[in-house]
Design a protein around this ligand. Structure first.
Ligand code: CA2
Length: 165
């Protein structure tokens, strides 16, 4: 079974309590429940975590190697500032989908650039909480298309089938 890690960045713990006109009315626990429900339907295992700390997100990304097959991340404001998160994603080389609730390209100029996009398989922005469900489907399809040899060991080591090729 594929194992996916969902990471939410700073301030996303406030969802549903502030700025509903920008970020909607759904709380983060409710978003995580809908992610878990969709993951069940897709037959993948999912774990969701939120942090306000850049270094904690970096550590979780590093620790994902060997435990997860792919990453879904809404880095929130760190999208536009964090070379450390970008480097961690590049270092573990886990297929990653970047998610934003809002359409960052329609907003202030400083939100248009993402340090993460270049190391992600793709970016989903502007669909609210549905974006996480789209990311789950897209990442699951991406990993399944990459075939059993490359995903049979989440620790990145080659399995016997792969090494015989
Ligand atoms: O649209 C997104 O998902 C963002 O990643 C959200 C970030 C923002 O800095 C990015 O440019 C786009 C901000 C998250 C703040 O979340 C809040 C939630 C409720 C109330 C206040 C902030």
């Amino acid at each position: 079974m594929l194992r996916l890690l969902v990471l939410h960045g700073p301030n996303l713990n406030l969802l549903g309590t502030r700025e509903p006109s920008v970020y909607g009315q759904m709380s983060l626990p409710d978003i995580n429940k809908s992610i878990a429900r969709r993951a069940g339907e897709l037959g993948v295992a999912v774990q969701s975590k939120q942090s306000n700390l850049e270094g904690e997100l970096v550590t979780w990304i590093q620790n994902a190697l060997g435990h997860f097959d792919g990453l879904i991340i809404n880095p929130a404001a760190y999208t536009h500032t964090s070379i450390a998160i970008r480097d961690a994603i590049a270092a573990v080389a886990l297929p990653t989908v970047e998610v934003h609730l809002s359409n960052i390209h329609q907003r202030e100029e400083f939100r248009h650039h993402s340090f993460i996009a270049a190391v992600a398989v793709g970016q989903i922005a502007g669909f609210g909480p549905t974006g996480y469900l789209l990311a789950l489907e897209a990442l699951t399809a991406h990993l399944e298309a990459s075939g059993p040899p490359s995903r049979s060991r989440a620790d990145g080591k080659k399995n016997r089938t792969a090494s015989r090729r």
